[in-house]
Design a protein around this ligand. Structure first.
Ligand SMILES: NC(=O)c1ccc[n+]([C@@H]2O[C@H](COP(=O)([O-])OP(=O)(O)OC[C@H]3O[C@@H](n4cnc5c(N)ncnc54)[C@H](O)[C@@H]3O)[C@@H](O)[C@H]2O)c1
Length: 341
């Protein structure tokens, strides 16, 4: 049983529900928010604090950072130095130099940082991963990714959103990052990116539309379209392998919640169905994310979080230069210390 402090009562509310669904693994000991009333609204019997330093001095095992992005790295490092493991909402950091600081703090303190990427968890992704690992997918040819969500002026009332100082990025940092994490998980490392980014929907500093091409190390070509100006919220991923095509549903925030449509190509439907009969459904979303940490299997790693920060860095670099950007990026890269405009 691990004792948890949730810091930030916005998305922290959904984390709390997931902890409550796993009482054999986690107990939420305290909820911390500068806005006491907001924390009390979700806390029930759980004690509420407004001061992070007080929480860090408490006997909890995990600090779950659900704060605005510009507070993630400093809070995560303070937590590790206080002897706690860290669960950190996306983005774990907004520069590769800050990821280096997180990695150094983790190495020095022996603590673990788990970046939050909960879209991975659920039957749809579990099935496709199993088919890939069992050899039925074969060569990945191409993929398409859509993050077509709607965000209006009310969403930007939180003062940190839409700003370089607060959110530190737009749709490629805060929204499409989940689908891009899935692409990295299912198709492997990215070798090159090209990107066009624009602010076309809301009156904000950061981008809210993106057209992206990824070349994966395998050679697979991936296109990603992202906007916060859709009529409603949908996400969709299509993966074209030698063995079959896999297509997610349209669930915007939990693409793994249902089985993906598998259309056979070189692999037979019989072989695919036989392989799928071995896959059990893990819990969806945050619950699956937390269960993976609890059982020590398939937990999201800091190295995987780093790959996404590196990807975002490369996307900003490519969009600004107009030229393809090759990965991995070195510590001498012009945007190593951040892409903030
Ligand atoms: N994984 C996901 O699907 C997902 C979804 C939504 C948000 N997020 C991420 O979660 C993070 C928080 O987003 P949100 O929508 O909950 O934001 P929010 O603004 O609704 O909530 C943040 C809370 O942090 C509190 N806070 C700010 N500074 C604090 C401090 N120093 N000490 C204690 N409390 C403090 C604020 O009072 C606020 O209640 C962001 O990084 C966002 O990108 C992730």
């Amino acid at each position: 049983m691990r004792k948890v402090a949730i810091i930030g009562a916005g998305i922290g509310r959904e984390h709390l529900s997931a902890y409550r669904a796993l009482p054999q693994h986690f107990e939420v000991s305290v909820i911390c928010d500068l806005d006491r009333a907001r924390a009390e609204e979700i806390a029930g019997d759980i004690p509420v604090e407004t001061d992070l330093a007080t929480v860090l001095a408490m006997g909890v095992d995990i600090i779950d950072v659900c704060l605005p992005p510009h507070l993630h790295v400093s809070t995560a490092i303070a937590a590790m130095e206080a002897g706690k493991d860290v669960i950190c909402e996306k983005p774990i950091a907004t520069s590769l130099s800050d990821v280096d600081r997180l990695e150094a703090a983790a190495a020095k303190t022996g603590r673990t940082v788990y970046p939050v990427f909960q879209y991975r968890f659920g039957i749809g992704v579990a099935q496709v991963l199993h088919l890939i690992r069992s050899g039925l997918a074969g060569k990945a040819f191409a993929a398409s990714v859509e993050t077509h969500w709607r965000r209006d002026a009310d969403y930007y009332e939180a003062p940190w959103r839409g700003t370089w100082a607060g959110e530190q990025g737009g749709v490629i940092l805060g929204h499409a990052i989940h689908a891009h994490d899935l692409i990295c998980l299912l198709l492997g490392p990215v070798a090159q990116v090209s990107a066009q980014l624009a602010t076309r929907v809301n009156d904000i500093e950061t981008e809210d539309c993106a057209a992206i091409i990824f070349t994966m190390e395998s050679g697979a070509l991936v296109t990603s379209s992202a906007t916060l100006g859709a009529g409603d919220d949908t996400s969709r991923i299509r993966l074209m392998f030698e063995g079959f095509t896999a297509e997610s549903g349209l669930s915007p925030y939990a693409p793994a919640v249902s089985e993906w449509t598998i259309t056979p190509r070189a692999s037979s439907l019989g072989d695919i169905n036989a392989a799928l009969s071995n896959v059990s459904a893990p819990p969806v979303g945050f619950e699956g994310f937390l269960q993976a940490i609890a059982v020590g299997q398939d937990a999201v790693t800091l190295a995987q979080g780093r790959a996404l920060v590196e990807l975002v860095t490369a996307l900003y670099a490519a969009s600004r230069s107009g030229a393809p950007e090759h990965l991995p990026l070195s510590r001498t890269h012009a945007l190593y210390a951040g892409w903030q405009a």
